[in-house]
Design a protein around this ligand. Structure first.
Ligand code: GLN
Length: 411
């Protein structure tokens, strides 16, 4: 059988070709030479399958799509508070290369704009600028699942024209946001932006975030789930610069664009996405890339605010069974147990309490139980015991773990 996914992706790519507006970034001389008609798309699943179409082998510089990954590394090194002292998490509503510093503290508004990304680069722990850059590049490589390298031509080209970023560096130094000499920090940042990637690399990097910080192929944990959540939140609110609000309402996927023409997007629990096409709109976001992401979101129901299916009631069935000759009420539960589904079970127990002394919770058809649901279920069970019931659990797969409840001998 043939998978329909590649054909679908190539249709998305083809349908975006009508979006021919915009212009290739030329403030970095090396980018001005990009072929504006190149285009590619890739989707990586959380189990490591990558589908790619178009110019999928074409390497381009990662540019600002590097920012969330360096931010993740700085967070791993210093924690959320340690980074937060120097870089904020508020959308600036301004272009990527605006100053956007808080008036009193000089703290950049967020790590997705250049000022914040430069400060973030400086927060990666290292004993020298060279070691810092090497840590950054190998960190991206672990997300991509292969060794990535810096495109020296792109790096040199931007270093030669990096006056504005250097100005940010000095300004940040004057506020004490960067320690020591700011020039190597800015150079390190510019070099991180010149790391060469393909859409497949980006899709896998994104899929690692979609997979809660565990690389889909190697199974290696790269980032703590709390930090993944933090990075994705900042991508959602700040990743598309002054188009962030529009992006949230239309596409609804935490994303980051870069001036080379790429956009990388993460749908938690589902997929990593990457699109590429060099012509940019006035915000510095790829015109065809935006069209492709809009279409993916729409067709595949990927909008984050759509993704939350209303939780089903936890109760599949309530049965009367006989266990060891005693009449018993069995609550057969199913689906994922989360706050709202367990709440509906508890409400049922309160409003229509079991009339038998013996009660069984059958969770054999339950897929997953989150922490709050586990705590609520255990409390509900205790309260039934307090009311004089004898309680047992049918939990063949151990989804409730060490609940402290007695296991049922019933099947
Ligand atoms: N290296 C670029 C810069 O600093 C990155 C900007 C971007 O991709 N938006 O200007």
């Amino acid at each position: 059988m043939k998978s329909p996914v590649p054909g679908y992706l190539s249709r998305v790519l083809a349908s975006s070709s009508a979006s021919s507006g915009g212009a290739v970034a030329d403030y970095i001389p090396e980018l001005a030479g990009a072929d504006p008609d190149h285009a590619a798309i890739a989707l990586a699943t959380v189990d490591g399958t990558v589908y790619a179409q178009g110019d999928a082998d074409l390497a381009f510089s990662i540019q600002s799509m590097s920012k969330p990954f360096t931010y993740a590394l700085a967070l791993s090194d210093r924690g959320i508070d340690g980074v937060g002292e120097r870089v904020g998490v508020e959308p600036s509503g301004e272009a990527f290369n605006e100053i956007s510093l808080e008036p009193d503290t000089g703290r950049p508004r967020n790590p997705m704009i250049n000022a914040g990304a430069i400060a973030t680069h400086g927060l990666v722990s290292a004993s020298s600028p060279e070691e810092r850059l090497e840590r950054v590049v190998s960190w991206y490589s672990r997300f991509a699942g292969r060794r990535l390298d810096i495109d020296e031509q792109v790096a040199r080209s931007e270093l030669g024209e990096g006056h504005r970023n250097l100005a940010f560096g000095h300004l940040l130094r004057s506020f004490g946001i960067i320690d020591g000499d700011p020039v190597p920090v800015v150079e390190g940042y510019i070099r991180q932006c010149a790391v060469s990637v393909t859409v497949e690399d980006l899709a896998l990097m994104a899929a690692t975030l979609a997979n809660g910080g565990v690389h889909p192929r190697s199974g290696e944990r790269l980032l703590d789930p709390k930090l993944v959540r933090h990075v994705l939140s900042v991508m959602m609110s700040c990743g598309m610069y002054d188009a962030a609000g529009d992006w949230l309402t239309t596409v609804g996927i935490p994303s980051k664009s870069g001036v080379s023409g790429g956009i990388v997007g993460v749908l938690p629990g589902q997929v990593g996405l990457a699109v590429f096409s060099p012509r940019l709109d006035r915000h510095g976001n790829s015109v065809r890339g935006v069209t492709m992401m809009e279409r993916l979101s729409e067709d595949m129901n990927l909008h984050l605010m759509d993704a939350a299916r209303p939780a089903r009631s936890a109760i599949r069935d309530v049965r009367r069974v006989e266990i060891h000759g005693e009449e018993t009420t069995a609550y057969v539960l199913h689906g994922d147990l989360v706050f709202s589904s367990v709440e509906s079970l508890i409400r049922r127990l309160v409003e229509d309490p079991p009339t038998t002394r013996c009660v069984v919770f059958d969770v054999d058809r339950v897929d997953e139980v989150d922490d709050v649901a586990r705590r609520m279920a255990v409390e509900a069970a205790r309260s039934l015991i307090d009311d004089g019931h004898e309680l047992a659990l049918a939990d063949r797969n151990g989804v409730l773990g060490e609940s402290g409840l007695p296991a049922s001998t019933a099947d």
